[in-house]
Design a binder for this molecule. Structure first.
Ligand code: NAD
Length: 308
């Protein structure tokens, strides 16, 4: 199938491009390279803003059956500092892509949302039908994208599936993303720098390995899951303190973080329930956190400057 991947040079998007090519799909990427730098020589890349009106002509020429939409302003903190920029990329960019796909006769858009849309949940792990309580411009922009997609499905019959991602980690991740703490601990522990944990270390997150995440996208581009929202996470909470221990073990470094005051606005706990994703898409996470962290640390070690 012909598939367009926006955000193709980013952390998750680049793994998705690799996976879709392995599956035999014809893939074109779109990325403005504002943060992503993972570019393959053998894949066509449109270097452009996803909100650019010129996207429509490129999409019309390629005629993708499905688009996986990962291009985004990805930082919660940056969205609070500059909500208009966040909305321009995340809301206008999504509206622009949906309209381009409709006009080109595309079948489906797979949206990339975030567990941040659930805010402070009533219970954990959060089911995919829990109330949406975005607590940042970033989370609000992800909800807006989903509302637009639902409207396009009703108005024009362009199908969509929303994948709501937990904190994604793995090779090629950067410190800016939602699982940036894995990168930060890894880089510091490999280079012998001190690490710090905010608060008392009991804050929790749900860490899902990038290869498992792209498996969910590979399934969602098909007919299954049309019009639905699906959690792509493990359902399990890992404390910051426990994460530090696992990364330190994988890096062969001391497990001795400093503790800093808690950061205002950080959600205390999070985990999302992927049961519906199993039912609709046949997806479940298959990578143990310790195994995924071993691979992530091995990748980071392979690119660290070698002592001369
Ligand atoms: N990493 C996570 O833990 C996580 C969790 C939940 C949701 N997500 C979502 O997954 C998607 C991918 O995130 P990622 O972690 O791979 O981040 P990333 O920053 O590595 O990838 C985003 C890509 O989008 C590109 N981009 C940014 N603005 C653009 C624009 N205006 N036009 C075209 N391209 C643009 C960037 O250059 C980058 O390559 C995003 O939609 C993000 O919100 C990520």
């Amino acid at each position: 199938m012909r598939v367009l991947v926006t955000g193709a040079a980013g952390f998750i998007g680049s793994h998705l491009v690799d996976r879709l090519l392995t599956d035999g799909h014809e893939v074109v990427g779109l990325d403005d390279l504002s943060s992503g730098a993972n570019v393959r020589d053998d894949v066509e890349l449109w270097q452009m803003d996803v909100a650019d009106p010129a996207v429509a002509a490129r999409v019309a020429a390629f005629r993708p059956e499905a688009a996986c939409h990962l291009a985004a302003q990805v930082s919660v903190r940056a969205s609070v500092a500059d909500p208009a920029h966040d909305a321009r990329v995340n809301v206008l960019g999504t509206a622009n892509l949906l309209e381009a796909m409709r006009a080109a006769g595309g079948r489906k858009v797979v949206l990339t949302s975030s567990c941040a849309v659930y805010g402070v949940p009533d219970a954990l792990p959060v089911p995919a039908d829990a109330p949406l309580r975005p607590a940042s411009p970033y989370a609000a922009s992800k909800v807006a994208g989903e509302v637009y997609a639902g409207m396009y499905r009703a108005l024009h019959g362009l199908d969509f599936t929303t994948l709501t991602l937990a904190n994604v980690y793995g090779p090629r991740q950067t410190p800016e993303g939602e699982a940036g703490v894995v990168s930060i601990f890894t880089d510091a522990l490999l280079s012998g720098r001190p690490t710090r944990v905010f608060g008392d270390g009991s804050q929790t997150r749900d860490y899902v390995y990038v290869a498992d995440v792209v498996e969910a996208f590979a399934r969602a581009i098909g007919e299954a899951g049309g019009g639905g929202r699906f959690n792509v996470g493990t359902g399990r909470q890992t404390t910051d303190r426990a994460l530090h221990t696992l990364v330190a073990r994988a890096a062969g470094a001391p497990d001795d973080p400093a503790f800093a005051p808690p950061r205002l606005g950080d959600l205390p706990t999070m985990a999302i329930d992927p049961s519906d994703t199993g039912t609709a898409l046949g997806w479940e996470p298959s990578t143990e956190l310790s195994d995924g962290l071993e691979k992530t640390v091995a990748w980071a070690r392979s690119r660290a400057p070698q002592p001369s």
